[in-house]
Design a binder for this molecule. Structure first.
Ligand code: ADP
Ligand code: MG
Length: 387
C-alpha cells in the first residue's frame, strides 16, 4: 500500500494533475452476530485500522476514470451510460455507487479516482464495502452532496445489491461509514439504531486470514437468505405476526419445528440462536466478562459450522488451534464464510505469542500460510488529506 505522498504522486502521474484530497474507509471485523443482519437481527462489529484509500479530483467532462493500484487495472465510463462491466468485476462496485448517486437525481460531475487499500480482498474483512463507502464519500465531497452516515451506508449497500448482485446486509457499509474508535457497535439491523460498547484495553481483536478466498460465495449466500425467507413464510402459519427471523425466539422455533424441512430448520436455528448470543455477548462485553464473551464466540462458530454450514476445514482448524493457545478467550469464523478469516479475542499480554503460534500451528496442520492482523477499533470514513 502506498503512503499518502506516494498516492498523491501516483495520481498526478496517471491523471496529469494532483488529487484534490484523499479519503479512507475502513474494513470491519464482526465479533459476533453472523448472517443475522439480513434477518433484521443484531451484529457486533468493529471497524478496523486497515482502510481503503481513494484519491480524487473532479473532471470537467462526464467521465469517471478509476484505477486500482492493488489490481493495477483501470476502467472508465460515462456518467450518462453506466452499465454492468462483465470484463472487470471489480469496477462494478464503483459503477454501482455512481449509478446509485445518479438514480437519486443528485448532481454529479466526472472524476478521476485512484484506489489503494490495506484491506485484503476477499478475506472476510469487507474490502467491498470499504471500497464502496470510500468512493461514495469521495464523490459526495467533490459534488457537495451532503450524503453522510447512514444514508451513505444504505446507498453503498444498494449499489452492491443491485449492481454486483450480492444481496448483502447493511453491516459492512454501516461500519465503513460509522465505525467508532475504541468501540464495537451493537447494531440493530432492523432500524439501524446502535449502541457503542468499549472494547477493554486488556483485550485485543486478532484476525487470522486463512488464505482461502471465498468463491461461489454470492450463490451460497443468496441460497442461505432464501432459506431464511422460506422459514419465515412457513412459520407464519402459526406465528402470523412475524416478518423476519428476528421476531422468533428459540423456544418458538423448536415448538414449531414440524413446519420446516430439516435443512430450513437448521438454518433458522443458527439465525435465531445467533441473535440471542449476540445480545448476550454485548451484555457480557459491557460487564467486562470476557470469558463469557469468548464462550459465546465459540458457540457461534459451532452453529455456523453445523447448522448454517458456511465453514470450511481451514477455518475450523484455525479456530481449534486458537482456542488451545494461552490468553485466548474465544475464536470463530467471521464474515460470510466459505473462506476468509477467523476472529479471536485475546489477552493483551499474550497476543504476540498467540499470533506466532497460530501461524505455526496452521502451517504444521495444513501446510498453509495464514496472515494475522491485530486490530484496533477505528473510526468510520473520513478525509485524511487535502492538497
Ligand atoms: P470482501 O468484501 O470480504 O473483501 P468481496 O468478495 O465482498 O470480499 O469483495 C471483494 C471484491 O471487491 C474484490 O474481488 C474486488 O472486485 C473488489 N475490491 C475490493 N477492494 C478493491 C480494491 N482496492 N481495488 C479493486 N477492487 C477491489
Ligand atoms: Mg464484501
Amino acid at each position: 500500500m502506498l503512503n499518502l505522498r506516494q498516492l498523491h504522486d501516483a495520481f498526478a502521474t496517471r491523471f496529469g494533475a494532483p488529487p484534490a484530497f484523499v479519503v479512507r474507509a475502513p474494513g470491519r471485523v464482526n465479533l459476533i452476530g453472523e448472517h443475522t443482519d439480513y434477518n433484521e437481527g443484531f451484529v457486533l462489529p468493529i471497524a478496523i485500522d486497515r482502510a481503503t484509500f481513494v484519491a480524487a479530483r473532479a473532471r470537467v467532462d462526464r467521465t469517471i476514470r478509476v484505477h486500482s493500484a492493488q489490481l493495477d487495472v483501470e476502467d472508465r465510463f460515462s456518467l450518462d451510460r453506466i452499465e454492468h462491466n462483465p470484463d472487470q468485476p471489480w469496477s462494478n462496485y464503483v459503477r454501482g455507487v455512481v449509478k446509485a448517486i445518479r438514480s437519486r437525481d443528485l448532481p454529479l460531475s466526472g472524476a478521476d479516482l485512484l484506489i489503494d487499500s490495506q484491506v485484503p480482498l476477499g478475506a472476510g474483512l469487507s474490502s467491498s464495502a470499504a471500497l464502496e463507502v470510500a468512493v461514495a464519500y469521495a464523490l459526495q465531497l467533490l459534488n457537495d452532496l451532503d450524503l453522510l452516515g447512514e444514508e451513505l451506508a444504505l446507498l453503498a449497500q444498494g449499489a452492491e445489491q443491485s449492481f454486483v448482485g450480492m444481496q448483502c446486509g447493511i453491516m459492512d457499509q454501516f461500519m465503513a461509514a460509522l465505525g467508532r474508535a475504541g468501540h464495537a457497535l451493537l447494531l440493530d439491523c432492523r432500524d439501524l439504531s446502535y449502541r457503542p460498547i468499549p472494547i477493554p484495553l486488556r483485550a485485543r481483536v486478532v484476525v487470522c486470514d486463512s488464505g482461502v478466498r471465498h468463491s461461489l460465495v454470492a450463490s451460497e449466500y443468496n441460497e442461505r437468505r432464501a432459506a431464511c425467507e422460506q422459514a419465515v413464510q412457513l412459520l407464519r402459519a402459526r406465528l402470523p405476526r412475524i416478518s423476519a427471523l428476528r421476531d422468533v425466539t428459540s423456544a418458538q422455533l423448536e415448538a414449531n419445528a414440524d413446519l420446516l424441512p430439516p435443512v430450513v430448520h437448521r438454518r433458522a436455528r443458527h439465525v435465531v440462536s445467533e441473535i440471542e448470543r449476540t445480545l448476550a455477548a454485548a451484555a457480557a462485553l459491557e460487564r467486562g466478562d470476557l470469558a463469557h464473551f469468548g464462550a459465546l464466540m465459540d458457540a457461534s462458530h459451532a452453529s455456523l459450522r453445523d447448522d448454517y454450514e458456511v465453514s470450511i476445514p481451514e477455518l475450523d482448524t484455525l479456530v481449534e488451534i486458537a482456542r488451545r493457545l494461552p490468553g485466548c478467550y474465544g475464536s470463530r469464523l467471521t464474515g460470510g464464510g466459505f473462506g476468509g478469516s477467523t476472529v479471536s479475542l485475546v489477552e493483551e499480554g499474550a497476543v504476540d505469542r498467540f499470533a506466532a503460534d497460530l501461524v505455526a500451528g496452521y502451517r504444521e496442520r495444513l501446510g498453509r500460510e495464514a496472515q494475522v492482523l491485530v486490530c484496533t477499533p477505528s473510526e468510520g470514513v473520513s478525509r485524511v488529506a487535502v492538497f
